[in-house]
Ligand binder design. Structure first.
Ligand SMILES: Nc1ncnc2c1ncn2[C@@H]1O[C@H](COP(=O)(O)OP(=O)(O)OP(=O)(O)O)[C@@H](O)[C@H]1O
Length: 306
């Protein structure tokens, strides 16, 4: 596992006595693209605002390279670049002038560094053009370049593909992946669209009502897409355990009189046959929703998935 560059420790936010974020605990690693997925109102923006220092935490802490955002704000936040609200750009100035203008507020930024970030987001050919002539995707990329000027190791983008057309989405995705792979930047992106997150991220955390309900690597999620989580009520439970273990090669979890385990969808009938062969009495076999997509569909309703 790569180095944890950001750690959320029991992060909570209460606004006007209403708990909005209810204790988040997870870490982000260098070089990964981490997707923060959840329906509207789940708490993504609120969490991100806390991560980039725009909002105080009610409880808990965010450690950035081990430094507390509460106690060592300056040292912690220097590693973070982000676009949370739309970055301010002057449409009548060129992309280059905008970056020069912005860089005056960022100590130690050289013209070489500006060129470097421009190349990273692939804007070198359009640098002399006025920003007013840029497409939305190009403006997003200029925003990313701006956020990268001070060389952060963590880049946080709230809904970076919002409003973009499919080619703009592809471009942003490519540059985000490149930043993580080639520069080792940890990128945190939020979205409410699962398919987009699956293409862009290494890991996805799903947030619902201010709580993380699942964190999974996209690879695991894809591998598990034909796996089902099964809850089996059968007796004698010891024999049932043996049968399950023989078939799945994994020990099931025993919860009271039930066994919980994952099995390939097409193996469920075979499992039942084997149980009957061994004279196990089967009272119930319930297939839980287990895949990332299943969980997400449960969350937001099948109609909303894109
Ligand atoms: N300043 C505030 N005062 C009261 N409630 C707030 C405030 N800010 C956020 N909330 C509430 O907190 C919850 C989470 O909002 P948040 O904007 O973080 O969600 P989100 O997941 O980013 O959704 P969206 O994609 O719609 O922005 C919502 O129910 C919202 O109404």
């Amino acid at each position: 596992m790569k180095e944890a560059v950001m750690e959320l420790k029991n992060v909570k936010k209460t606004i006007k006595n209403k708990p909005i974020i209810k204790g988040l605990d997870f870490s982000i690693h260098s070089g990964e693209v981490f997707g923060f997925l959840g329906p509207n109102g789940a708490g993504k923006t609120t969490t991100i605002r806390m991560m980039v220092g725009l909002m105080e935490l009610t409880e808990g802490d965010v450690l950035i390279h081990g430094k507390s955002i509460k106690k060592d704000f300056k040292q912690a936040i220097q590693h973070v670049g982000g676009i949370v609200e739309n970055p301010e750009m002057y449409p009548f100035m060129s992309g280059w002038k905008n970056l020069i203008h912005y860089s005056r507020m960022v100590p130690g930024v050289t013209q070489d560094r500006i060129m470097e970030v421009v190349k990273l987001v692939g804007l070198e050919k359009r640098l002399k053009d006025k920003v007013g002539k840029y497409s939305l995707g190009m403006r997003q990329r200029l925003g990313i370049a701006q956020a990268l000027l001070h060389n952060p190791s963590i880049l946080i983008l709230d809904e970076p593909t919002n409003g973009l057309d499919p080619s703009g989405i592809r471009e942003i995705r490519a540059y985000i992946r490149k930043l993580a792979a080639e520069e080792g930047v940890a990128v945190i992106v939020s979205s409410h669209i699962l398919s987009e997150m699956e293409m862009m991220c290494d890991r996805i955390g799903i947030i619902k009502n201010g709580e993380i309900i699942s964190i999974q690597t996209v690879n695991d999620a894809l591998q598990q897409s034909d796996q089902k989580e099964v809850r089996l009520d059968a007796t004698p439970v010891e024999t049932a355990m043996e049968v399950v273990e023989e078939l799945t090669k994994q020990a099931p979890v025993r919860e009271n009189d039930s066994l919980v385990f994952t099995v390939k969808h097409e193996e469920v009938p075979l499992l039942i046959n084997k149980l009957v062969e061994r004279q196990v009495e089967v009272f119930a076999v319930n297939v839980n929703r287990a895949t990332l997509e299943d969980k997400f569909l449960d969350l937001i309703g099948e109609g909303s998935i894109e």
